[in-house]
Design a protein around this ligand. Structure first.
Ligand code: PLP
Ligand code: COI
Length: 341
């Protein structure tokens, strides 16, 4: 299979249309058998549920080329399960978990020419999503849905790649107590757009959201969870019911404990203690582990000792181990890699 002629090393995080995508439709209470299609466009009624009341949920995953030339994806069963949680919370039908994984495998296989080569620094981003498609005008769930998976080759989420970023404490809230912060619904991202545009206009790369009830605890950013490293090398991550349960973060905590022998803690993290950490990173499928060099709280700067030039040493070890597992040169825990071909 010949790879596409793409400048893999210089890819950013953007959309490049690939050849095939998977589509399945839900009607009369059941999903059809689903199929791959060439058509990247969707035709729907002007009153479709997704257009009027934002009834849409999604996932984010990646396919990697390993050192020995296989194409793999990382823990897709967890994305399938999270999409079930998201769908239930928005009163959508569940797309069966085994079919989710199969749809991802089919779509990646069909776009194998777009999976970036090993060592290029790029990956194939996979976007499964589901939305209400029939006309809905009274506020209620749709009756018909479409589930789709498309792929796009991507480079680093933050422009500088592994260079530390600067983030600001947001004046806006991301998620309400008892709201939808813990699921991957498009609505959470729609309401973060003003906050991210504002952060960028003020010269910051991302927002740090605090808990909206007390504004004393660290939650997450618009697209990633936090990990912190204490001065005595403990890995700390915020516990909260209003953040997305990141698969990357759960994997990092496991790797820290079982591969690197580090102590790990998932607990309330008060903003007041952020100044005492040695290192800080954002973790997610898109972000991988992106180091944070500085947090700015309304003009007051917190500069981590790891600095603005490179990741801190513990973050680097976590990054090397996690990506080593994903790229197949460090042995993965049982069931973490799904071989696609
Ligand atoms: N938090 C938010 C708000 C996200 O959008 C994402 C991205 O999926 C994450 C965290 C990281 O989750 P994961 O590691 O499962 O990609
Ligand atoms: C992901 O990491 O997959 C996400 O969905 C986050 C988004 C900011 C791109």
């Amino acid at each position: 299979m010949e790879k596409k002629n793409i400048d893999w090393e210089n890819l950013g995080f953007g959309y490049i249309q690939t050849d095939k995508r998977y589509v399945s439709n839900y009607k009369d209470g059941k999903w059809d058998e689903g199929a791959l299609t060439d058509d990247a466009n969707i035709t729907m009624n002007e009153c479709a549920g997704v257009l009027q009341y934002a009834q849409t949920v999604f996932e984010g995953m990646k396919a990697y080329t390993t050192e020995d030339g296989r194409i793999v994806t990382f823990r897709p069963d967890l994305n399938a399960a999270r999409m079930v949680d998201s769908a239930k919370r928005l009163e959508m039908p569940v797309f069966p978990e085994d079919r989710f994984v199969d749809a991802v495998v089919q779509t990646v296989k069909a776009n194998a020419a777009y999976v970036p080569p090993y060592g290029s620094g790029a990956t194939l981003y996979i976007r499964p999503y589901m939305f209400g498609i029939n006309p809905v005008i009274g506020v209620k769930p749709a009756d018909e849905y479409q589930f789709r998976v498309f792929t796009t080759p991507v480079g680093p989420y933050f422009k500088g790649g592994a260079k530390p970023i600067t983030i600001c404490v947001s004046d806006f809230d991301r998620a309400a107590p008892h709201g939808t912060g813990h699921i991957k619904a498009g609505l959470n991202y729609a309401m973060s757009l003003h906050a991210i545009v504002t952060a960028h206009a003020n010269g910051f790369d991302e927002n740090m959201y605090l808990d909206s009830a007390t504004r004393t605890k660290v939650e997450e950013t618009g697209g990633a969870n936090f990990i912190f490293v204490t001065k005595d090398n403990k890995i700390v991550t915020p516990h909260s019911n209003t953040i997305l349960p990141s698969i990357t973060r759960r994997s990092i905590m496991y790797v820290a404990e079982h591969y690197l022998g580090l102590e790990v803690e998932e607990r309330d993290v008060y903003f007041d203690e952020v100044k005492d950490f040695a290192e800080c990173g954002l973790c997610g499928t898109a972000a991988v582990i992106s180091p944070v060099g500085k947090v700015v709280d309304h003009g007051k700067e917190i500069c981590f000792p790891s600095g603005m030039e490179k990741m801190g040493p513990v973050t680097q070890k976590l990054y090397d181990t996690l990506t080593g597992i994903q790229m197949g040169h460090i042995e993965a825990p049982e069931g973490w890699l799904k071989v696609i071909r």
